[in-house]
Structure formats: C-alpha cells, structure tokens
Design a protein around this ligand. Structure first.
Ligand SMILES: *Cc1c(COP(=O)(O)O)cnc(C)c1O
Length: 424
C-alpha cells in the first residue's frame, strides 16, 4: 500500500465515521492518532525484530540497539541541528520526563539552593511535581501570567533569588496555545546562574524551536502529541547537566532512566519526529488557515464569544473560545457532533474550572463556558465547515434555554484582538 493510499484510507474511514455520526475530532492537543507511516515503521519491532536493546551478545540485541540509536538521532535532530543523541533520555512520556527533570535537578542541586520558579498555568504534571517538591523542602514561586496568558522575562527576573536553582516555563500552553518568550526567559535565568527547563509537549513538531538557540537546558515532550504512539516520550538534558535518576536498576539511558527500552515505541517516536521535521511548515500553514476560519466563523456568528489568551503569540492550530453567558456543561452536552475539550484532558476527571483560565481572570462560569478547539494533520476543510455550522445551530438553540440572567455584568476583553482576515 503506498503512502498516499494509506492517508486516503484514513480519509475514507473518517467519511464513514462522519456518516455514522461519530464526532469530528478537534481535540489534537489531548492526543493525536498515530500517523500510518509511523505505524508501519513500528510494526517489525514487535515481532521479527523483538530484541532487547540492552542485549550485547547477539544480533537480536544489536539490531534493536541500532534502531534505538537511529530514533535517538531523529529525536535530537528535531530539537536542534546541534543537539546530540546522547542528550536524549527516553521515558514513558512527558509526565515522566517532567518528573525526572524537576525531581532529578532538585535532588542533585539542592545543596546550592532550594528555590524553583514556575507558572500558575503549567500543565498539572509540572504543578503536581512542584507540590511534591514543596513537601520535601523546596520553595516554589508560582508566577501569574498577564491576562493574555503570557509571562514577561521581567516577571521572571524579579522572582529570581540567589538560591534559585531551576526555572520551569512551558513552551506552549496546552489549553490556550500561547507561546512564551522562551529565549528571553532563558537568558534571564542563565544570567542568574539557574537552570532552565521547558515542557515543550505542545510545541515540538509544531513550531520551529531550537534548544541551542533558545538556551534550553532541559526539555520534556511526548510522542503521542505529534502523531507517534502513546507511552513514550523524552527528556532532553544538555551535555554536562547532572540530575539524579528517578528510576533505578540496570543503568539504562546512561544511568539516567533504568528499564528495558520500549523499542517499537521509540522507533515510532523517531519516525514521528522525522516526519514532523519535514512537514511541520506545510501542516502549520494549512492548519492556521483552517483555525482562522473556525475562529472567525464562531466570533462573527455567535454573540458574546471571545478568544482566551493572546490572539497572536500562540500555536496557530489551537483556539480556546469563551461562549460567555452559556452554560458550559449544557453546551458540551449539545455539541454531540464534535469532539472538543473544556480545559485540558488531564484535568477533565475533576469538575473544577480550568486553572489556566482562572489564572487569566475568567469567572468560574466563563471558564466552564470555554471550549478548546485543536486541529491537526488529518483535519479537513469539510470538518471545519461542519463544525462551524454545528456550533451556530447548537448555540442558537441553546441561547434561550440556558443564557444566564446577567451576561453584561461579566468582564469581556475588547474585540480588537480578533484577526479579521477570513481564510478561503
Ligand atoms: C499532554 C501533555 C503532558 C503529558 O504528556 P504525557 O506524555 O501524556 O505524560 C504534559 N504537558 C503538556 C503541556 C501536555 O500537553
């Protein structure tokens, strides 16, 4: 089956799905499907080539190790032409990579200081690790971003102390998509002699980042957010930076993370990175046009809607929109034909309003009434058009039944931050 046929099969599948009224997937920030090309690269490593990459005595081990080395190079290349494969530590995902970065650095460097700086709007994986570190003696400053979701390098500079050992600022926010000024923040952090970590799970393979140019010391990301398999991720650790392993036994990954390597997963992760490197720009251009169209379709046709977070400095395939005055739960129930998210998937088990939107200054009701749309490689123009029609139909119906009594009383940013250009 050719590459083209495979993508077509996927497309037909979706058409079928469409007719069967399975919702259109607009939740690529939660997870992405495995690209058929990635799956193809993975398959032999489950069966014929099943060796343990740590087996040094025979062909089975050697070929597995070679495959892991190739993947390690593909992953490093996507992070920077200057990044070396030895700087990549494979993990079970971004959550584990974040745990290794923060706990590993704290444990190794706490004799120099115990202060850590992060953001209120980080992913729970970072926030929960920080809470854990507070239990064992760390002092953590949680910076509050501006109402647009962005943090300024000055805010970081002002929070820095002589005992600050680590600053953790996510590259792109998973809920609202804003992209932080990473390079400038890293500069400030290095001037004060601390290490800089970024959770770049939503940014790698979507925007052109470079750990070398950006001055990143440690970076976490995950395969399943860029069309690779679930259960595999990586931590980039700049050469020379020491951290304490959080998983002991066997000394895999140069003693930084023990455990038999997930060879098929790692091969898939590598392939996903190689594809992203080649297709990132084309994907971004197509998806930004789709996303603009979706956004304009909503903002122009549905009253009291506004974008959460800065409208310009963000991932171009993500938009988080507040349907002010609507009952969030009611809205989500009625939007049966599209799969979207309110808040991040990782917090959807709890019914709390999104901590990110709350930090931006939204009321509880506004946070509940906000929807994240995230587009991806397999999103089509038809799907976007259908989603707009569906949203208009549902909100028109929902308006009378669930509008709150006092929509005017609620804060609402001015509308001049909405781009007007309607993509074709
Ligand atoms: C998805 C996500 C994570 C968690 O990644 P896993 O690989 O699922 O553990 C962490 N941070 C951000 C920003 C994410 O979007």
């Amino acid at each position: 089956m050719s590459q083209y046929d495979k993508l077509n099969t996927l497309y037909y599948l979706r058409l079928k799905v469409h007719r069967l009224k399975i919702p259109i997937y607009l939740d690529y920030n939660a997870t992405t499907p495995v690209d058929p090309r990635v799956l193809e690269a993975m398959l032999p490593w489950f069966t014929q080539n099943f060796g343990n990459a740590a087996s040094r005595a025979h062909l089975y081990g050697w070929e597995a190790e070679e495959a892991v080395t190739k993947a390690r190079t593909q992953v490093a290349q996507l992070l920077s032409p200057q990044a070396s494969p030895q700087e990549i530590v494979f993990t079970s995902g971004a959550t584990e990579a974040i745990n290794l970065a923060l706990k590993g650095v704290f444990e190794k460097h706490s004799h120099r200081g115990r202060h850590i700086i992060t953001l209120q709007t980080e992913h729970k994986a970072t926030l929960d690790v920080c809470r854990h570190l507070e239990q064992i003696g760390a002092e953590v400053t949680y910076l509050k971003p501006q109402p647009d979701g962005l943090i300024t390098p000055q805010q970081v500079a002002e929070a820095m102390r002589p005992d600050t050992i680590l600053v953790a600022v996510m590259y792109a926010n998973n809920e609202i998509g804003v992209v932080q000024p990473i390079q400038k923040i890293a500069e400030v952090v290095h001037q004060k002699g601390a290490l800089f970590f970024t959770d770049a799970t939503q940014a790698v393979g979507k925007v052109s980042l470079d750990v070398e140019k950006d001055g990143i010391d440690l970076l976490a990301f995950s395969a399943h957010k860029l069309y690779g398999p679930k259960g595999v991720g990586a931590l980039y650790v700049r050469k020379g930076i020491e951290l304490t392993a959080q998983m002991d036994g066997g000394g895999h990954e140069r003693g930084r993370r023990s455990g038999t390597l997930n060879v098929p997963g790692i091969v898939g992760f590598g392939e996903a990175c190689a594809i992203a490197q080649k297709e990132m720009l084309a994907d971004a251009m197509r998806l930004s046009a789709f996303c603009q169209r979706l956004e304009n379709g909503i903002l122009e046709n549905i009253p009291n809607t506004f974008i959460n977070g800065d409208a310009n400095t963000r991932l171009l395939h993500v938009t988080n929109i507040c349907f002010d005055g609507f009952d969030g739960e009611d809205l989500l129930l009625k939007l049966k034909d599209i799969a979207v998210s309110t808040g991040s998937a990782c917090t959807s088990a709890s019914v709390e309003p999104s901590h990110v939107l709350k930090s931006l200054g939204l009321t509880d009701d506004q946070a509940y009434a906000s929807i994240r749309f995230s587009l991806g490689r397999f999103t089509t123009a038809e799907e976007v058009n259908y989603a707009i029609e569906h949203l208009i139909a549902v909100t028109t119906r929902a308006k009378d039944s669930s509008r709150k009594s006092d929509p005017e009383g609620k804060q609402r940013p001015s509308s001049n931050n909405f781009p007007d250009t309607l993509a074709p």
